[in-house]
Design a protein. Structure first.
Length: 300
């Protein structure tokens, strides 16, 4: 069965429209839960005398910051709320803690949807074939890279006439990012230990985590007209799903890009025998990949 036929047959018309219904209230409840969890973990990190507990809190906060990008992803697809303007505002807000431009993220992501696993894809088509390359993909990055790209694109890059509206959005976001950085710098100056433990360490962890959570989505899968053949879903635990805004249901998202992420588990359940590239957890994916790379390195 082709992707298009599958997408139109696994749900009735009424179910299809119900699952695509966008609810700002539901999104805000989810956002409030994640923000409350982050605040709780930040209190733990700033007050505990147990180093192990502090590291655990940092890891969880880093994952929650990754979830900010997935929430912005919902905004990009207009599924966070029914209003385009509300999606725009929240998309900008979700990208602020990651020092990233919502407009640039949205543009790159839509290119990925258009050219999934074929030349032109904004995500890497290369399959990792060595442990060194794996470590480079996970850990070698400039923490200030997203901010630098946002400012450079907004103020230094020339723009065509047709891109003037986008340029204005980029400049608005760049100004917001600069103000956010000024706020962070001020708070860090007055309370350096607190800001380091509750924001900067989780922020530095978020970059590798984003790479680790994104890698399973398409790695090692070839191009195909059927997106279920070239896209992988990660069925993680309930808490991880909440923290990452159901970002693991990637094949389901490619099948229904405009569906709110809260409804993607329903698609996964309905796919049943059509499930193909699916793995139980992010840890399982990376363990399989690393053990395969290790065996390869030993035979070379």
């Amino acid at each position: 069965m082709t992707q298009g036929a599958l997408a139109t047959t696994i749900f009735s018309r009424a179910e299809f429209f119900a699952l695509h219904r966008r609810s700002l209230a539901r999104s805000l409840v989810h956002a409030a839960a994640n923000i409350a969890l982050y605040a709780t973990l930040a209190c733990v990190a700033a007050t505990t005398s147990w180093a192990t507990l502090r590291v655990f809190a940092w890891i969880c906060m880093g994952i929650l910051l990754c979830g900010c990008l997935n929430a912005a992803h919902d905004c990009a697809h207009q599924s966070f709320a029914a209003s385009r303007r509300v999606n725009r505002v929240f998309g900008l807000a979700w990208c602020l803690p990651l020092l990233a431009s919502f407009t640039l993220f949205k543009k790159a992501h839509f290119v990925h949807h258009r050219y999934t696993r074929v030349p032109g894809d904004s995500e890497s088509l290369h399959t990792i074939d060595s442990l060194r390359e794996y470590l480079n993909r996970m850990f070698v990055r400039n923490p200030a890279g997203p901010l630098k790209r946002a400012i450079h694109t907004a103020f230094l890059r020339k723009t065509d006439e047709d891109d003037r509206d986008q340029k204005q959005s980029l400049r608005t976001e760049a100004v917001a990012l600069c103000l956010w950085c000024i706020l962070l710098a001020t708070l860090t100056g007055y309370h350096p230990v607190i800001l380091i433990e509750t924001y900067w360490v989780p922020y530095l962890l978020a970059g590798p985590f984003i790479a680790a959570f994104a890698l399973p989505e398409h790695h090692g899968l070839g191009a195909s007209d059927d997106l279920l053949d070239c896209t992988r879903s990660v069925i993680s635990g309930v808490l991880m799903r909440i923290m990452l805004w159901n970002g693991g249901f990637h094949a389901e998202h490619h099948l229904y890009p405009g569906m709110p992420s809260s409804n993607l588990p329903a698609v996964n359940r309905r796919l049943r025998s059509n499930r193909r590239n699916q793995i139980r957890s992010y840890a399982a994916f990376h363990w399989q990949l690393l053990t395969g790379l290790w065996r390869t390195s030993r035979t070379v």
